[in-house]
Design a protein around this ligand. Structure first.
Ligand code: SAM
Ligand code: SF4
Length: 354
C-alpha cells in the first residue's frame, strides 16, 4: 500500500460500520447492487515477490506489509469458508508471488476441502513451480496462469529484474506434466519494451495447446507513468498478429472470461486478449479481490475496500463474516473510471494480484 498517500488508510477505504450494515438474505448467492452475481474470489497470499517486473513493482521504494499485517492461514480459511457460504465457488491464489507463501500445499488442500469451493487456480511467475507443481496438483490446485513476457533470455532478465527464463520454462513444463490444465500464459505487452515479441509469443500457440493471453498494461500505483505511454491496445496487437499469420478465428466467448479468444487457423492453442484499458469488461465482472493484509478490494482499478481483517481480529462470527462479504459485494462499484481519468492510487498490482 502507498502508505504515504494522503488518503491511505482513510477514505477511499470504505469505513465499515457493522452496526449500520443491512442484513442480507443468506439463501441466495451474493449479488452486487447492479445484479451481477459475484462468485470468484482472487486471493493475494503475499505482497512480496521473487521478481520485480517493470510494469508491476518499482525496483526502489516498495513498501511491503509487515508480517503481522498479513492474514494467517487460519484467517484465510475463515474468509474462504464465509465466502463459500455467500456463494463464491472459484478461487484464484495470486500475489505478489503465491508460491512464496509457506504451507501453500496445506493451504490449498484445506481450501479445496471447504464445502462450496469447486475450483482453485493460481497465477504465478513459475520460478518455483519446477519443484512444487505435482504437490500443488495433488493438494487440489486445478490449473495455473503463468506470466511470461519475453522469450528472449536477456530481455526477460531485463523485464523481471534478473530472473532466469529457463527457470520459468521449467516451471511451465512442470505445471504441464502435473496436469495443471489448461495452461494459460500471461504476457503484458509494453510499448518499446517487448512489443517486438508479440509474434514470437503468439506463435507458441502453434506448438502448444495452451492459451497465450495478452494483457494491456494497467495504470496501478507505482507504474502509472509507464502505463500512460506504454499501453499497446488489443486492436493493435491483433492487427500485428494478423499481418503475420493471416486472419484469426474468433472463438466462443464465455461470459465470465475477461479475455476475448481467437485462434491462429490450425493452431492447437488459443490467443486471449484482455483489454481492461481500451475495452473494459465491467458489465460481466464476477470477481472480488482479497489483499494479503485482509481487505476486500472491490474493483481492481478503484481504491474502494472493505476491511475484513479488523472483523476477523475483533472476534466476528462466521455468520458475521459472511454478512460483511455480502455487504462488500453489494458495495462493488459498477466499473473503473479510467475513461474519466480516475486512477487507482493506493495499491500496486503486486498487492492486488491482477
Ligand atoms: N507473481 C504472479 C505472476 O506474475 O504471475 C502473480 C501476481 S501478478 C501481479 C498477476 C498478473 O498481473 C501477472 O500476469 C502480471 O503480468 C499482471 N500484471 C502486473 N502488473 C500489471 C499491470 N500494471 N498491468 C497489467 N497487468 C499486470
Ligand atoms: Fe512479481 Fe508477478 Fe509482479 Fe512480476 S508481475 S513483479 S512476478 S508479482
Amino acid at each position: 500500500m502507498n502508505r504515504d498517500h494522503p488518503m491511505a488508510g482513510t477514505v477511499p477505504i470504505t469505513l465499515f460500520e457493522a452496526a449500520s450494515m443491512p442484513h442480507y438474505a443468506t439463501h441466495q448467492p451474493a449479488c452486487d447492487s447492479f445484479g451481477r452475481r459475484i462468485d470468484y474470489l482472487r486471493i493475494s497470499l503475499t505482497d512480496r515477490c521473487n521478481m520485480r517486473c517493470v510494469y508491476c513493482m518499482p525496483v526502489v521504494g516498495m513498501q511491503f506489509a509487515p508480517r503481522p499485517e498479513l492474514l494467517t492461514n487460519a484467517e484465510l480459511l475463515r474468509v474462504v469458508q464465509a465466502a463459500a457460504t455467500a456463494g463464491f465457488r472459484k478461487l484464484r491464489l495470486t500475489g505478489g508471488e503465491p508460491t512464496l507463501r509457506q504451507d501453500l500445499v496445506e493451504l490449498i488442500r484445506a481450501m479445496k476441502a471447504l464445502p462450496g469451493i469447486e475450483h482453485i487456480a493460481m497465477t504465478s511467475n513459475a520460478l518455483r513451480l519446477r519443484h512444487q507443481a505435482h504437490q500443488l496438483k495433488a493438494a487440489g490446485l486445478d490449473r495455473v496462469n503463468i506470466s511470461i513476457d519475453s522469450l528472449d533470455p536477456l530481455k526477460f532478465r531485463q523485464i523481471s529484474y534478473g530472473a532466469n527464463l529457463d527457470d520459468v520454462w521449467a516451471g511451465i513444463e512442470a505445471a504441464n506434466a502435473a496436469g495443471l490444465h489448461p495452461i494459460k500464459l500471461n504476457a503484458v505487452i509494453v510499448r518499446g519494451l517487448n512489443d517486438d515479441e508479440v509474434v514470437a509469443l503468439a506463435s507458441l500457440t502453434t506448438r502448444y495447446p495452451w492459451e497465450l493471453r495478452f494483457i494491456e498494461v494497467m495504470p496501478l500505483s507505482g507504474v502509472a507513468n509507464l502505463a500512460e505511454d506504454g499501453v499497446v491496445s488489443t486492436s493493435e496487437l491483433i492487427a500485428h498478429i494478423e499481418a503475420h499469420f493471416g486472419p484469426l478465428q474468433l472463438e466462443e466467448h464465455h461470459a465470465a472470461d475477461p479475455a476475448r479468444c481467437y485462434r491462429i487457423p490450425g493452431a492447437p492453442g488459443k490467443l486471449g486478449f484482455i483489454s481492461a484499458v481500451t475495452d473494459p469488461f465491467c458489465d460481466t465482472c464476477n470477481r472480488m479481490r482479497l489483499t494479503a493484509d485482509g481487505r476486500l478490494h472491490l474493483c481492481l482499478l478503484r481504491d474502494n475496500e472493505v476491511d475484513l481483517r479488523a472483523a476477523l481480529r475483533n472476534g466476528a462470527s462466521q455468520a458475521k463474516l459472511e454478512q460483511i462479504i455480502r455487504h462488500a459485494v453489494y458495495l462493488k462499484p459498477w466499473g473503473h473510471g479510467l475513461p474519466e481519468g480516475v486512477l487507482p492510487t493506493l495499491r500496486g498490482m503486486s498487492e492486488l494480484g491482477g
